[in-house]
Design a protein around this ligand. Sequence first.
Ligand code: HEM
Length: 561
Amino acid sequence: MNILRAILLIVSLYLVSQVYTFYVRYRNAQKTGLRIVWAPLDPFGMPFMTLINILRPIMAYLPDSLSLGSKLMDLEWSWKSDDKYQKELGLNFLVVTPARTVMITGDPVAIAHILQKRKEFPKPKLYEVLDIFGRNVDSVNGEDWARQRKITAPCFNEKVSSLVWDESLRQSRQMVSSWLSAPNGIVSNMTDDTRIVALHVLTSAGLGISHDFSQGARKPTEGHTMSHRDSLMMVLHNFIPVIFAKKMGKMAQFLGPTIRKAGIAAKEFEQYMDEMIAHERESMQKSGDVSKPNLISTLIRTSDQSKDGGPNALKLSDDEIKGNLFIFNFAGHDTTANTLAYAFANMALHPEVQEWVAEELAEVLRDEEQPVYEDVYPRLKRAQAVMYETIRLYGPAPMMPRDILPNTPIQITNPEDSSKEATIVLPEVFSVSLNPHAAQTSSSVFPSPKSFMPGRWIKPGASLNDETLLPAPLGYTPWSHGPRICPGMKFSQVEFTAVLSTVLRTCRIEPSMKANLYGAKGMDTELCKKEVRALIRDSGLHGGTLCMRNPADLCLRIVKR
Ligand code: HEM
């Protein structure tokens, strides 16, 4: 009985302390003058992260008065609601929870300011989950980040862009021939194909390993039970089970087949990375360091050369090299693959955009079978505009979390007069959640923000060759901004442009539907468009990246030009 009383007392004291902390936080939040909503769970804590998939359908049925704060912290919700809540609650507002207060900002001024000042607004601890194969440029902060970024930046040079271009052309040509041989030209689950292309471009430009598009599963090499391609694919698509498996070590085999398989894939993938690093070092020594332009070679060379430069030189440990190789694959795979899938689905809805891009392709590429990167890429402005517009609407990272050092001033748009700026200082340790998607779908940044209009990125000229790509306005940050801007931005742009150009040069994309796949004829185009639109809209987050929830249902008809 006494034990029960003691437990009750502890629980009551805990609850009272939580309510008191919440009250103090709320009072402090009021001092900022920003609008406030509340949420019962810490959005950056494990319970919220783990339970979000279960909580989401429940929250959908709850009135906003009970669940608004929690909805606002959900990345998927932020994508679905565009800039709705920023309009209702202000460009900047606060969500108070018992564990922390979070400022949510869809304010172009605040987003640019925060991303510009990496030291005052570091990435939260949450990013450490990305360290499964070693600390890397994406997960660290401070001096550690400056060192890692300096060593990894040379990986993304123009020689790599040229490799990316050539491999993307090769992959997409093979993808198009497989599409054209599909029954009735109808391709379902295009996302699978764009994922294969993205993976193969990464392994080629990243690791110097070339696969054919429809090669399928390859045999494991000696000493392995899984091929490199399969282990990488499995690690990328099962990130959460891989984290569990890595954390549990040998115990992982007892935690069910998904975690067991994820553990095997992670082990195999790490072993492949070890072998590649050893092989790369050996061939550098043999060939007297004749530089190969791929990412792994540049990474090892830059790091190893620095190691010889004395005790203060910049270095990466072998674990950090592995961590960075993994992060290039992780950050560069689904992001680019899903952007391509969204672009193709939108092309099917907008035949006029396809013809607009095809006009440029005819002018720039002419009959050239193997267009050279340096000659044509800068001239393919309309194709690049399609990417800008696609990630404006379907950016892979709809929200980005940051911590705030105490007493840091933040520049924001003045709530009283939007033509001016103001500064706020938050009175206690806050976190901030950047909502670039809200800014990118706001009518104050982009006219007709919900419409897919790649033409908005092009300044017309006297002729097609005189057209120019317009600079991105403040508030456009799908690749982030400031010192931590995505280092793979150009990599993804070159890949996207090469793939889109190959497809639209050869084919037209039409909307279709599942019934067509099973032989039904004469489906109304508007009905097909409606289905494609609904599938695009039914998107959610998978592994932290925005993607269609049912990509297998997306059916598009590919017609040869
Ligand atoms: C459509 C394609 C892509 C988009 C939209 C994109 C977007 C982003 C965004 C928003 C961030 C910042 C995330 C944050 O701060 O929380 C980021 C960081 C990063 N991205 Fe990308 N990315 C793309 C492709 C790539 C590719 C192809 C690679 C590499 C091959 C890559 C490598 C990285 C790395 C290493 C970081 C961390 C940089 C740092 O923190 O210093 N990304 N990316």
